[in-house]
Design a protein around this ligand. Structure first.
Ligand code: UD1
Length: 421
């Protein structure tokens, strides 16, 4: 198993390019199932999760040509509609094939994703929405069996809770349904917006893109013909590198960013004393001698993203004063706390809130990555910890960060990938 060895204390400088967004690419890859013609995707991030979902499409019989950032997918030759446990258990987001498979083929079987390190993460809202559209769903043998013999029907769906994946699955299902679907309390994350735009550009009438109310006029079963899609920049990767600049008191420039998408992270870093220069598609963070503490609550977009919580906690560890960080989306998303404390942080947990008392220094140690974003928080802390930190179980990082050690090395960090003996 690989681990990362980081010798802390280097100042960073220079510029790097942000990759395409994993969380935008995954639903877009799933949406290609709505077509029986070739679809080209560009600016894909080179990460394991993308390869896993493309592998699932290949297993279903599709033709997939993938070369780092570009994929040509043709689902015209798809011959199976069963997403097996072996793939879904590797990546929960495989559940995103449920809506499009059911919409295009009228039946499918998708393994239940099961629990996850950061919380229970049920899919009840996905299933309820599809049932409202006429699907008959049975859970048996660890699989969701869904059929819609007469095709899916447009419906009015009100989500009890805002769900990114639930909204995406429903939008994809609605695109080929008979009649009009209205989704109330829809998610409006940039990744949901790009999925809606892709489907709209294929000729489906969608109103309310980027709002909490979406209206989708389905094609009545007719497959879509997509244009080439260039995946939007990854707002979480960009936020993570801004945190790297903040924690190491460095000046770094990120290219290929959408400022609007990272507004919440910029605002919080500004409140901690960081300064930025924004240009067309790039952002520069300047050195910050004295980091101020921060109070933040994770919430749906455009609020502060749960996917940036761990990285901000790492920065808050070195702020002068006490920060309060409340996690509202996932009940178990604090696994990085004990690992950060092993590096010398002073963090106390009470329910869903972490109190972070700033310390002057961190010290390198062996730490264990527990989930994707928790892993990057440990890497950030290691960049400033005195001595050597070994971050183990980095397969979590490889799921979602494109060439993390290459990009950090290019900025001057002392980081290398090693193999366990
Ligand atoms: C997506 C992102 C993930 C991010 C999360 C929240 C992808 C591939 N992943 O995950 O990185 O952290 O949004 O921004 O895009 N819920 C239910 N029932 C459901 C569905 C969700 O109770 O059927 C709950 C979840 O447990 C959670 C909340 O709703 O508490 C939000 O989850 P959701 O927005 O669905 O997250 P994902 O789409 O899984």
């Amino acid at each position: 198993m690989d681990y990362l060895e980081i010798v802390g204390g280097q100042k960073l400088s220079g510029h790097i390019t942000i990759s395409g967004a994993k969380n935008a690419a995954l639903p877009i890859i799933a949406a290609t199932i709505l077509s029986d013609k070739e679809v080209t995707l560009t600016n894909l991030p080179n990460v394991v999760d993308i390869r896993t979902l493309l592998k699932l499409l290949s297993m279903l019989g599709s033709s997939v040509e993938h070369d780092n950032t570009v994929a040509h997918i043709n689902n015209g030759c798809m011959r199976s509609t069963k997403a097996v446990y072996e793939i879904v258990s590797e990546m929960r987001a495989s559940i995103l094939v449920l809506g499009p498979l059911l919409a295009r083929f009228g039946e499918c079987e998708v393994s239940l994703p099961g629990g996850c390190a950061i919380g229970q993460r049920p899919i009840d809202l996905h299933l309820k929405a599809l049932e409202s559209m006429g699907a008959q769903i049975e859970i048996k043998g660890g699989y969701v069996h869904a059929i819609a013999p007469k095709g899916l029907q447009g419906a009015k769906i009100i989500f009890d809770k805002i769900t990114v994946g639930g909204t995406e699955n429903t939008v994809m299902a609605a695109a080929l349904a008979h009649g009009v679907t209205t989704i109330l309390n829809a998610a409006k994350e940039p990744e949901v917006v790009q999925l809606c735009e892709m489907i709209r550009d294929a000729g489906v009438k969608i109103e309310g893109i980027g709002t909490n109310e979406l209206t989708i006029e389905g094609t009545g079963g007719k497959p879509l013909d997509f244009q080439t899609v260039a995946i939007i920049p990854d707002r979480i990767e960009a936020g993570t590198y801004l945190c790297a600049g903040a924690i190491t008191n460095s000046s770094i420039t990120l290219n290929n960013v959408n400022h609007g998408h990272i507004r919440a992270s910029i605002d919080k870093l500004e409140s901690m004393g960081c300064r930025f220069d924004l240009e067309d598609n790039s952002i520069t963070i300047h050195p910050t001698e004295h980091l101020k503490p921060v109070d933040l609550i994770t919430i749906e977009y455009p609020g502060f993203p749960t996917d940036m919580q761990a990285q901000f906690m790492a920065v808050a560890v070195l702020a002068q004063g006490e920060s309060l960080i409340e996690e509202r989306l996932f009940e178990n998303r604090f696994m990085h706390v004990s690992e950060l404390n092993r590096l010398g942080a002073n963090i106390w947990l009470k329910g869903s809130t972490a109190a972070v008392k700033g310390v002057k220094e961190l010290y390198g140690a062996d730490v264990m990555a527990t989930d994707l974003r928790a892993s990057s928080a440990l890497v950030l802390a290691a960049l400033v910890a005195q001595g050597t930190t070994k971050v183990r179980r980095i397969y979590h990082l490889d799921r979602g960060y494109d060439d993390l050690e290459g990009k950090l090395s290019a900025l001057g960090a002392n980081i290398s990938r090693k193999k366990e003996a």
